[in-house]
Design a protein around this ligand. Structure first.
Ligand code: NAD
Length: 257
């Protein structure tokens, strides 16, 4: 087992990447603090983990709120005695996020609060817990759009993921001597609720797929495998990276027919 005796806190664990990662980490021996603001979804993931015969607790939290982030770290530490892995993964892509001209300030603020402040709060309260455990691994979910302009405009989302990537690098440098590694996970376009709700017509889906050399959307479980590597000691000499799992989208100039 690759995460035996480890304790992981996973935000956005009620769906998509967070759920698949929680199930995979649990199968690899980790105990899971499963965070989501939607309790039905979060509890459903915890039930799936219990059915695997592994340990998990559901912690309801809105990760844009400082007090909730403080509480989620405390809850995991209290339940399992320590924290080794922090996966700041929860995020949103708002349906009314568009180009700079049409996007409302409220959408910008809402997106930044959930996608960026959450990572700041997760680290603010999570890093002391990782220190108490003697070190650990932080994984922050950014996106390939932190590196490239998106074909379908989503200005707030793109800016938010750029901030997550930049923040991850600085965190990695500042905490490297404390045995705390920080890496940004940068998925390409995935077939999860988040993106499929945004690309809500076949034309929009095809517009995005045109750029993916593999010619398909990724699956959440394919990103979970990368999160497992970054969480485990197998990546012990990796920190401050932008770890791409993107079907080749960032490598492409022109995609094959
Ligand atoms: P998803 O919508 O399938 O799951 C996200 C989960 O986060 C949901 O369970 C949701 O309830 C939870 N969540 C949302 N706001 C929250 C809040 N304020 N507090 C707590 N939980 C909250 O999305 P996903 O595709 O699995 O995305 C996970 C992460 O991956 C996000 O940060 C997203 O930006 C990023 N990402 C996704 C893609 C993609 O194509 N799907 C690509 C690159 C990056």
């Amino acid at each position: 087992m690759r995460l035996k005796n480890k304790v992981a806190l996973i935000t956005g664990g009620g769906n998509g990447i967070g759920r698949e990662t929680a199930l995979l980490f649990a199968r690899e021996g980790a105990k899971i603090g499963l965070v989501d603001n939607r309790d039905v979804d979060g509890k459903a993931t915890v039930k799936m983990i219990s059915e695997l015969g592994q340990e998990a607790i559901f912690i309801q939290a809105d990760v844009s709120q400082s007090i909730d982030c403080q509480a989620m770290v405390s809850a995991a530490e209290k339940e399992f005695g320590k924290l080794d892995i922090l996966f700041n993964n929860a995020g949103i892509m708002h349906a009314n996020d568009g180009d700079a001209l049409e996007t409302e300030e409220a959408i910008w603020d809402h997106t930044m609060n959930i996608n960026v402040k959450s990572v700041f709060f997760g680290c603010k309260y999570g890093i002391p817990a990782l220190r108490r455990a003697g070190g650990g691994s932080i994984i922050n979910t950014a996106s390939f759009v932190a590196l490239m302009g998106a074909a379908t405009a989503q200005i707030a989302y793109t800016a938010s993921k750029g901030a997550v990537l930049a923040m991850s690098r600085e965190l990695a440098v500042v905490h490297a001597r404390e045995n705390i590694r920080v890496n940004a996970l940068c998925p390409g376009p995935l077939q999860t609720e988040l993106l499929m709700n945004f690309l809500n017509t076949e034309a929009k889906k095809q517009r995005r797929l045109v750029h993916v050399p593999m010619g398909r959307f990724g699956q959440a479980r394919e990103v979970a495998q990368a999160a497992l590597f970054l969480a485990s000691d197998e990546s012990s000499y990796m920190t401050g990276t932008q770890f791409l799992v993107d079907g080749g989208i960032t490598a492409a100039y022109v995609t094959p027919e």
